[in-house]
Design a protein. Structure first.
Length: 117
């Protein structure tokens, strides 16, 4: 879907439906920013030798992941089509998934998925 960014002050003049659509656009842009932040922190973590700094960056990265979850949940409450898309895992057959059960998630990190700590 093509869209134009609307400045917050211009959004006040929009119809209710257009305001909601603009809000969804802003939330998706926020989601992109959070995902980029996660990638940036992970890249720095992968190069980090200092345990204290590495630990702090991991904490901050995980906070960003929480923000992704919060924004995603919010989007599913506002966008019915998005909610339907999240209802089913379309990514792979169960036998091909990296994580197949919730209890396997606890020790899983981006690094150890690729053979790194």
């Amino acid at each position: 879907m093509a869209y134009e960014k609307t400045a917050p002050e211009a959004a006040a003049e929009l119809t209710a439906d257009a305001k909601l659509e603009q809000l969804v656009i802003w939330l998706r842009e926020d989601l992109v920013g959070e995902l980029q932040a996660i990638n940036q922190y992970q890249a720095h973590i992968n190069q980090m030798d200092h345990p204290e700094i590495r630990s702090m960056l991991e904490h901050i990265r995980d906070d960003e992941k929480e923000h992704v979850a919060e924004l995603t949940h919010l989007l599913t409450r506002i966008d019915a089509v998005q909610k339907m898309k999240f209802a089913t895992d379309h990514t792979a057959a169960p036998s091909d998934r990296v994580v197949s059960a919730p209890d396997e998630v606890s020790g899983l990190t981006v690094g150890n998925m690729f053979g790194q700590k």
